[in-house]
Design a protein around this ligand. Structure first.
Ligand code: ADP
Ligand code: MG
Length: 347
Protein backbone atom coordinates (compact mmCIF):
# COMPACT_ATOMS: atom_id res chain seq x y z
CA UNK A 1 0.00 0.00 0.00
CA UNK A 2 1.46 3.32 -0.72
CA UNK A 3 -0.98 6.15 -0.52
CA UNK A 4 -3.87 4.40 1.13
CA UNK A 5 -1.87 3.19 4.06
CA UNK A 6 -0.73 6.71 4.71
CA UNK A 7 1.76 5.68 7.32
CA UNK A 8 4.20 8.28 8.50
CA UNK A 9 6.42 8.58 5.50
CA UNK A 10 9.69 6.94 6.31
CA UNK A 11 11.59 7.28 3.13
CA UNK A 12 14.73 5.44 2.27
CA UNK A 13 15.89 5.60 -1.26
CA UNK A 14 17.95 2.55 -1.92
CA UNK A 15 19.30 2.82 -5.36
CA UNK A 16 20.50 -0.57 -6.35
CA UNK A 17 22.16 -0.57 -9.68
CA UNK A 18 21.69 -4.06 -10.95
CA UNK A 19 24.72 -5.51 -12.63
CA UNK A 20 26.58 -2.48 -11.43
CA UNK A 21 29.90 -4.00 -12.39
CA UNK A 22 28.94 -3.50 -16.03
CA UNK A 23 29.56 -0.07 -17.51
CA UNK A 24 25.91 0.70 -18.30
CA UNK A 25 23.26 -1.64 -16.92
CA UNK A 26 19.97 -2.06 -18.81
CA UNK A 27 17.92 -1.85 -15.63
CA UNK A 28 17.95 0.60 -12.78
CA UNK A 29 16.06 -0.37 -9.70
CA UNK A 30 14.97 1.44 -6.55
CA UNK A 31 13.11 0.21 -3.50
CA UNK A 32 11.33 3.08 -1.79
CA UNK A 33 9.94 2.42 1.64
CA UNK A 34 6.90 4.62 1.75
CA UNK A 35 3.61 4.62 3.68
CA UNK A 36 4.39 1.27 5.20
CA UNK A 37 5.14 -0.64 2.05
CA UNK A 38 7.94 -1.12 -0.43
CA UNK A 39 7.38 0.60 -3.74
CA UNK A 40 9.58 -1.04 -6.36
CA UNK A 41 10.57 1.03 -9.35
CA UNK A 42 12.45 -0.42 -12.31
CA UNK A 43 13.56 1.70 -15.23
CA UNK A 44 14.70 0.01 -18.40
CA UNK A 45 17.05 1.34 -21.06
CA UNK A 46 18.11 4.68 -19.59
CA UNK A 47 21.58 5.79 -18.61
CA UNK A 48 22.68 5.86 -15.01
CA UNK A 49 22.54 9.62 -14.65
CA UNK A 50 19.02 9.95 -16.01
CA UNK A 51 17.89 6.99 -13.90
CA UNK A 52 19.24 8.54 -10.72
CA UNK A 53 17.49 11.83 -11.44
CA UNK A 54 14.22 10.10 -12.28
CA UNK A 55 14.26 7.93 -9.17
CA UNK A 56 15.02 10.94 -7.00
CA UNK A 57 12.07 12.75 -8.57
CA UNK A 58 9.77 9.82 -7.76
CA UNK A 59 10.83 9.99 -4.13
CA UNK A 60 10.13 13.72 -3.99
CA UNK A 61 6.76 13.31 -5.72
CA UNK A 62 5.64 10.51 -3.41
CA UNK A 63 6.54 12.53 -0.36
CA UNK A 64 4.48 15.40 -1.69
CA UNK A 65 1.50 13.18 -2.53
CA UNK A 66 1.61 11.59 0.89
CA UNK A 67 1.27 14.95 2.58
CA UNK A 68 -1.30 16.34 0.18
CA UNK A 69 -3.69 13.37 0.11
CA UNK A 70 -3.80 12.31 3.72
CA UNK A 71 -7.38 12.77 4.88
CA UNK A 72 -6.70 12.52 8.59
CA UNK A 73 -3.59 14.60 9.13
CA UNK A 74 -2.86 18.31 8.70
CA UNK A 75 -2.24 19.05 5.02
CA UNK A 76 -4.29 19.86 1.92
CA UNK A 77 -6.84 17.00 2.12
CA UNK A 78 -6.97 17.13 5.92
CA UNK A 79 -7.86 20.80 5.66
CA UNK A 80 -10.49 20.15 2.98
CA UNK A 81 -12.08 17.56 5.27
CA UNK A 82 -12.26 20.11 8.08
CA UNK A 83 -13.84 22.69 5.79
CA UNK A 84 -16.30 20.23 4.20
CA UNK A 85 -17.65 19.53 7.68
CA UNK A 86 -18.42 23.23 8.21
CA UNK A 87 -20.78 23.39 5.23
CA UNK A 88 -19.72 26.69 3.68
CA UNK A 89 -17.94 27.33 0.38
CA UNK A 90 -14.14 27.49 0.44
CA UNK A 91 -11.10 27.49 -1.84
CA UNK A 92 -9.66 24.01 -2.08
CA UNK A 93 -5.95 23.40 -2.41
CA UNK A 94 -5.39 22.75 -6.15
CA UNK A 95 -3.06 19.82 -5.39
CA UNK A 96 -6.08 17.72 -4.43
CA UNK A 97 -8.72 19.05 -6.83
CA UNK A 98 -7.83 16.78 -9.76
CA UNK A 99 -7.92 13.71 -7.54
CA UNK A 100 -11.25 14.67 -5.95
CA UNK A 101 -12.80 15.38 -9.35
CA UNK A 102 -11.60 12.04 -10.68
CA UNK A 103 -12.88 10.29 -7.54
CA UNK A 104 -16.28 11.90 -8.00
CA UNK A 105 -16.51 10.71 -11.63
CA UNK A 106 -15.48 7.17 -10.72
CA UNK A 107 -17.82 7.06 -7.76
CA UNK A 108 -20.77 7.91 -9.99
CA UNK A 109 -19.63 5.37 -12.61
CA UNK A 110 -19.49 2.69 -9.90
CA UNK A 111 -23.06 3.35 -8.72
CA UNK A 112 -21.43 4.73 -5.55
CA UNK A 113 -19.99 1.36 -4.54
CA UNK A 114 -16.62 3.08 -4.69
CA UNK A 115 -17.61 5.88 -2.35
CA UNK A 116 -14.76 7.95 -0.91
CA UNK A 117 -17.34 10.19 0.78
CA UNK A 118 -17.83 7.59 3.55
CA UNK A 119 -14.69 8.62 5.42
CA UNK A 120 -16.59 8.83 8.70
CA UNK A 121 -17.79 5.25 8.35
CA UNK A 122 -14.26 4.06 7.59
CA UNK A 123 -13.06 6.00 10.61
CA UNK A 124 -15.78 4.40 12.74
CA UNK A 125 -14.48 0.96 11.72
CA UNK A 126 -10.93 2.05 12.55
CA UNK A 127 -9.52 1.55 9.04
CA UNK A 128 -8.54 5.19 8.55
CA UNK A 129 -5.61 5.14 10.93
CA UNK A 130 -1.97 4.70 10.09
CA UNK A 131 -1.70 2.09 12.79
CA UNK A 132 -2.79 -1.49 12.22
CA UNK A 133 -6.56 -1.71 12.82
CA UNK A 134 -7.54 -3.31 16.12
CA UNK A 135 -11.29 -3.30 16.56
CA UNK A 136 -13.65 -3.90 18.23
CA UNK A 137 -16.19 -3.34 15.44
CA UNK A 138 -18.55 -0.40 15.93
CA UNK A 139 -22.08 -0.81 17.25
CA UNK A 140 -24.99 -1.38 14.86
CA UNK A 141 -26.57 1.85 16.09
CA UNK A 142 -23.51 3.95 15.30
CA UNK A 143 -23.31 2.41 11.83
CA UNK A 144 -27.02 3.03 11.19
CA UNK A 145 -26.70 6.64 12.28
CA UNK A 146 -23.95 7.33 9.74
CA UNK A 147 -25.71 5.36 6.99
CA UNK A 148 -28.81 7.51 7.39
CA UNK A 149 -26.78 10.58 6.44
CA UNK A 150 -25.88 8.90 3.13
CA UNK A 151 -22.83 10.95 2.07
CA UNK A 152 -21.98 10.72 -1.62
CA UNK A 153 -19.44 12.33 -3.90
CA UNK A 154 -22.31 14.06 -5.71
CA UNK A 155 -22.85 16.09 -2.51
CA UNK A 156 -19.63 17.92 -3.37
CA UNK A 157 -19.93 20.95 -5.61
CA UNK A 158 -16.78 22.15 -7.35
CA UNK A 159 -16.55 25.43 -9.23
CA UNK A 160 -12.96 26.06 -10.34
CA UNK A 161 -11.13 26.03 -7.00
CA UNK A 162 -14.24 26.75 -4.96
CA UNK A 163 -15.69 23.74 -3.19
CA UNK A 164 -18.65 23.03 -0.96
CA UNK A 165 -20.49 20.04 0.45
CA UNK A 166 -24.24 19.95 0.84
CA UNK A 167 -23.86 17.09 3.33
CA UNK A 168 -22.00 17.85 6.58
CA UNK A 169 -21.53 14.10 7.22
CA UNK A 170 -19.25 13.85 4.18
CA UNK A 171 -15.59 13.16 4.87
CA UNK A 172 -13.15 12.12 2.18
CA UNK A 173 -11.07 8.94 2.38
CA UNK A 174 -9.21 8.59 -0.89
CA UNK A 175 -7.45 5.38 0.12
CA UNK A 176 -9.11 3.29 -2.58
CA UNK A 177 -7.98 5.52 -5.48
CA UNK A 178 -4.95 7.55 -4.39
CA UNK A 179 -2.41 4.85 -5.10
CA UNK A 180 -3.70 4.45 -8.64
CA UNK A 181 -3.79 8.18 -9.20
CA UNK A 182 -0.23 8.42 -7.87
CA UNK A 183 1.04 5.75 -10.27
CA UNK A 184 -0.57 7.54 -13.23
CA UNK A 185 1.14 10.78 -12.24
CA UNK A 186 4.51 9.19 -11.62
CA UNK A 187 4.46 7.49 -15.01
CA UNK A 188 3.49 10.70 -16.81
CA UNK A 189 6.35 12.44 -15.06
CA UNK A 190 8.79 9.68 -16.05
CA UNK A 191 7.72 9.99 -19.68
CA UNK A 192 8.21 13.76 -19.55
CA UNK A 193 11.76 13.11 -18.36
CA UNK A 194 12.39 10.86 -21.37
CA UNK A 195 11.99 7.51 -19.58
CA UNK A 196 10.04 5.27 -21.94
CA UNK A 197 10.14 1.90 -20.19
CA UNK A 198 9.37 1.42 -16.52
CA UNK A 199 7.39 -0.60 -14.00
CA UNK A 200 6.21 0.60 -10.59
CA UNK A 201 4.99 -2.03 -8.17
CA UNK A 202 3.34 -0.68 -5.04
CA UNK A 203 2.57 -3.70 -2.89
CA UNK A 204 1.19 -5.73 -5.81
CA UNK A 205 -0.60 -2.83 -7.51
CA UNK A 206 1.33 -2.13 -10.68
CA UNK A 207 1.59 0.21 -13.64
CA UNK A 208 3.97 -0.12 -16.58
CA UNK A 209 5.07 2.06 -19.45
CA UNK A 210 6.81 0.69 -22.52
CA UNK A 211 8.40 -2.74 -22.39
CA UNK A 212 11.23 -4.71 -20.86
CA UNK A 213 13.45 -4.74 -23.92
CA UNK A 214 11.96 -7.02 -26.57
CA UNK A 215 9.26 -8.40 -24.30
CA UNK A 216 6.35 -6.98 -22.33
CA UNK A 217 6.57 -6.48 -18.58
CA UNK A 218 5.42 -9.66 -16.85
CA UNK A 219 3.90 -9.71 -13.37
CA UNK A 220 2.35 -12.13 -10.90
CA UNK A 221 -1.03 -11.88 -9.15
CA UNK A 222 -1.05 -12.88 -5.51
CA UNK A 223 -3.38 -15.63 -4.31
CA UNK A 224 -5.62 -14.10 -1.63
CA UNK A 225 -5.13 -16.97 0.82
CA UNK A 226 -1.84 -18.74 0.15
CA UNK A 227 0.64 -15.90 -0.27
CA UNK A 228 1.76 -17.58 -3.49
CA UNK A 229 1.14 -16.44 -7.05
CA UNK A 230 -2.18 -17.51 -8.53
CA UNK A 231 -1.41 -16.38 -12.10
CA UNK A 232 1.09 -14.54 -14.26
CA UNK A 233 0.22 -11.96 -16.90
CA UNK A 234 1.96 -9.85 -19.54
CA UNK A 235 1.07 -6.18 -19.41
CA UNK A 236 0.86 -4.18 -22.62
CA UNK A 237 2.66 -0.81 -22.62
CA UNK A 238 0.71 1.66 -20.46
CA UNK A 239 -1.42 -0.88 -18.62
CA UNK A 240 -1.97 -1.20 -14.90
CA UNK A 241 -3.13 -4.10 -12.77
CA UNK A 242 -4.78 -3.53 -9.39
CA UNK A 243 -6.01 -5.94 -6.75
CA UNK A 244 -8.31 -5.24 -3.81
CA UNK A 245 -8.17 -7.94 -1.18
CA UNK A 246 -9.71 -8.69 2.19
CA UNK A 247 -6.25 -9.72 3.42
CA UNK A 248 -4.69 -6.26 3.09
CA UNK A 249 -6.06 -4.76 6.30
CA UNK A 250 -8.26 -6.56 8.79
CA UNK A 251 -8.73 -7.42 12.44
CA UNK A 252 -10.25 -10.32 14.30
CA UNK A 253 -12.74 -9.89 17.08
CA UNK A 254 -14.70 -12.63 18.87
CA UNK A 255 -13.75 -15.09 16.14
CA UNK A 256 -14.94 -12.81 13.31
CA UNK A 257 -12.69 -11.27 10.71
CA UNK A 258 -13.43 -7.66 9.76
CA UNK A 259 -11.68 -6.26 6.69
CA UNK A 260 -11.25 -2.76 5.29
CA UNK A 261 -13.46 -2.69 2.19
CA UNK A 262 -16.72 -1.26 3.45
CA UNK A 263 -20.02 -1.58 1.62
CA UNK A 264 -21.49 1.91 1.92
CA UNK A 265 -25.00 0.51 1.43
CA UNK A 266 -24.88 -1.83 4.44
CA UNK A 267 -22.21 -0.08 6.51
CA UNK A 268 -20.31 -3.39 7.00
CA UNK A 269 -17.30 -4.99 5.30
CA UNK A 270 -18.35 -6.40 1.91
CA UNK A 271 -19.00 -10.14 2.01
CA UNK A 272 -18.47 -13.11 -0.30
CA UNK A 273 -15.25 -12.00 -1.98
CA UNK A 274 -11.56 -12.49 -1.16
CA UNK A 275 -9.97 -10.47 -3.93
CA UNK A 276 -10.64 -8.67 -7.19
CA UNK A 277 -8.02 -8.00 -9.85
CA UNK A 278 -8.57 -5.68 -12.81
CA UNK A 279 -6.42 -4.55 -15.72
CA UNK A 280 -6.94 -1.11 -17.25
CA UNK A 281 -4.70 1.57 -18.78
CA UNK A 282 -5.69 4.21 -16.23
CA UNK A 283 -4.42 3.17 -12.79
CA UNK A 284 -6.82 5.44 -10.85
CA UNK A 285 -9.74 3.78 -12.66
CA UNK A 286 -8.28 0.32 -12.02
CA UNK A 287 -7.83 1.09 -8.32
CA UNK A 288 -11.35 2.45 -7.79
CA UNK A 289 -12.87 -0.33 -9.93
CA UNK A 290 -11.15 -3.13 -7.99
CA UNK A 291 -12.72 -1.74 -4.80
CA UNK A 292 -16.15 -1.23 -6.38
CA UNK A 293 -16.23 -4.68 -8.01
CA UNK A 294 -15.20 -6.25 -4.69
CA UNK A 295 -18.29 -4.68 -3.11
CA UNK A 296 -20.50 -5.56 -6.11
CA UNK A 297 -19.71 -9.22 -5.39
CA UNK A 298 -20.27 -12.42 -7.34
CA UNK A 299 -23.72 -11.47 -8.70
CA UNK A 300 -23.17 -7.92 -9.84
CA UNK A 301 -19.50 -7.67 -10.77
CA UNK A 302 -20.00 -7.68 -14.55
CA UNK A 303 -22.45 -4.81 -14.44
CA UNK A 304 -20.15 -2.56 -12.42
CA UNK A 305 -17.11 -3.55 -14.51
CA UNK A 306 -19.01 -2.67 -17.69
CA UNK A 307 -20.22 0.63 -16.25
CA UNK A 308 -16.67 1.57 -15.30
CA UNK A 309 -15.22 0.58 -18.69
CA UNK A 310 -13.19 -2.36 -17.33
CA UNK A 311 -12.48 -5.15 -19.82
CA UNK A 312 -10.41 -7.54 -17.71
CA UNK A 313 -11.62 -8.80 -14.33
CA UNK A 314 -10.91 -11.72 -12.03
CA UNK A 315 -12.83 -12.12 -8.77
CA UNK A 316 -11.90 -14.79 -6.23
CA UNK A 317 -14.79 -15.53 -3.94
CA UNK A 318 -14.65 -16.49 -0.29
CA UNK A 319 -14.52 -20.22 -1.05
CA UNK A 320 -11.66 -19.73 -3.52
CA UNK A 321 -13.60 -20.09 -6.78
CA UNK A 322 -12.43 -17.93 -9.66
CA UNK A 323 -15.04 -15.75 -11.41
CA UNK A 324 -13.55 -14.36 -14.58
CA UNK A 325 -14.49 -13.00 -17.98
CA UNK A 326 -13.15 -14.67 -21.16
CA UNK A 327 -10.88 -11.75 -22.11
CA UNK A 328 -9.12 -11.93 -18.74
CA UNK A 329 -9.04 -15.73 -18.74
CA UNK A 330 -7.19 -15.78 -22.05
CA UNK A 331 -4.51 -13.43 -20.73
CA UNK A 332 -3.69 -15.18 -17.46
CA UNK A 333 -1.33 -18.09 -17.01
CA UNK A 334 -2.61 -19.90 -13.92
CA UNK A 335 0.02 -21.35 -11.63
CA UNK A 336 -2.16 -23.35 -9.25
CA UNK A 337 -3.87 -26.67 -9.95
CA UNK A 338 -7.50 -27.55 -9.28
CA UNK A 339 -9.06 -24.13 -9.36
CA UNK A 340 -12.80 -23.92 -9.96
CA UNK A 341 -13.68 -21.41 -12.68
CA UNK A 342 -16.92 -19.57 -13.34
CA UNK A 343 -16.51 -18.04 -16.76
CA UNK A 344 -18.86 -15.12 -17.31
CA UNK A 345 -19.75 -14.27 -20.90
CA UNK A 346 -21.61 -11.21 -19.62
CA UNK A 347 -18.43 -9.12 -19.91
P1 ADP B 1 -6.46 -2.71 -1.08
O1 ADP B 1 -5.67 -2.44 -2.29
O2 ADP B 1 -5.78 -2.40 0.20
O3 ADP B 1 -7.12 -4.04 -1.03
P2 ADP B 1 -8.53 -0.71 -1.86
O4 ADP B 1 -7.91 -0.06 -3.04
O5 ADP B 1 -9.78 -1.47 -2.12
O6 ADP B 1 -7.57 -1.62 -1.03
O7 ADP B 1 -8.81 0.42 -0.79
C1 ADP B 1 -9.26 0.13 0.49
C2 ADP B 1 -9.28 1.40 1.30
O8 ADP B 1 -10.22 2.30 0.73
C3 ADP B 1 -9.72 1.20 2.74
O9 ADP B 1 -8.61 1.01 3.58
C4 ADP B 1 -10.45 2.49 3.04
O10 ADP B 1 -9.53 3.50 3.40
C5 ADP B 1 -11.06 2.87 1.71
N1 ADP B 1 -12.41 2.32 1.47
C6 ADP B 1 -13.03 1.28 2.11
N2 ADP B 1 -14.26 1.05 1.60
C7 ADP B 1 -14.42 1.98 0.61
C8 ADP B 1 -15.50 2.26 -0.30
N3 ADP B 1 -16.64 1.58 -0.31
N4 ADP B 1 -15.31 3.28 -1.17
C9 ADP B 1 -14.18 3.99 -1.19
N5 ADP B 1 -13.13 3.78 -0.36
C10 ADP B 1 -13.25 2.78 0.52
MG1 MG C 1 -8.84 0.40 -4.84
Amino acid sequence: MIIKRLKPAVFFLTLILLSSCQPEPKEHHAGLYVFGTIVDVTLYGVDRHKAQQALQQIETDLQYMHRAWHGWQPGPLGRINELLGLGGEFSANPSVLGLITKARELSTASDHLFNPAIGRLIQLWGFHSDDPPKGPPPSDDDIRELLAKNPRMTDIQINHVRMKSTNPALKLDLGAIAKGYALDQLMTSLQQQGVENAIINAGGDIKVIGKHGERNWRVGIRHPRTDGVIAGVDLAPGESIFTSGDYERFYKHDGHRYHHIIDGNTGYPATGVSSVTVIHPDAATADAAATAIFIAGTNDWHRIAKKMGIKYVMLIDSVGDVHINPAMRSRLEFKQPSLTFHLSEAL
